[in-house]
Design a protein around this ligand. Structure first.
Ligand code: FES
Length: 152
């Protein structure tokens, strides 16, 4: 498969350097957008690791994903100032509205939900970022409108 071919090419380049696993995972995700199961298999074989070991590292770092990201990315601020201004309810609302948890994507692949730790909008908490655009004083109703608009 193309994913395996890409992974093999990355491994050929990086596998002989010390501590190759993280650089390999970063490169694979950069090129494929995620680290699919067949890449995990190829990486494990090349680096003499078990698939469980490779999988363990992927799940340990929130940066790595096993599935492709959604078309849109919603980042909800989980830092202190936003938490104090309803950020927790907003995070719960985002999870419920999208039907997925943080570090995951909606089933239709429309959205990926990620936490973010301060967007520099603390004076206008709570804040979110949708596809790189910051939004301040976000209520659940405002979030619904943003998601609706993004879906159109
Ligand atoms: Fe959320 Fe700063 S704490 S924007």
């Amino acid at each position: 498969s193309p994913a395996v071919a890409t992974t093999a090419r990355i491994l050929a380049r990086l596998k002989d350097q010390p501590g190759p696993l993280l650089p390999v995972l970063h490169a694979v995700q950069h090129e494929l957008g995620c680290i699919p199961a067949e890449a995990v298999q190829t990486i494990a074989e090349a680096l003499n690791l078990s698939r469980a070991e490779v999988h363990g590292v992927i799940t340990f770092y929130p940066h790595f994903r096993s599935e492709p990201a959604g078309r849109h990315t919603l980042e909800v601020c989980r830092a202190e100032s936003c938490q104090a201004m309803g950020g927790e309810q907003l995070a719960a609302h985002a999870r419920q509205a999208l039907g997925c948890d943080f570090h995951a994507s909606t089933r239709d692949g429309d959205f990926t939900l990620e936490p973010v730790y301060c967007l520099g909008l603390c004076a206008q908490s709570p804040a979110v970022m949708l596809d790189g655009q910051p939004h301040a004083r976000v209520t659940p109703a405002k979030l619904d409108r943003l998601l609706h608009r993004a879906r159109e």
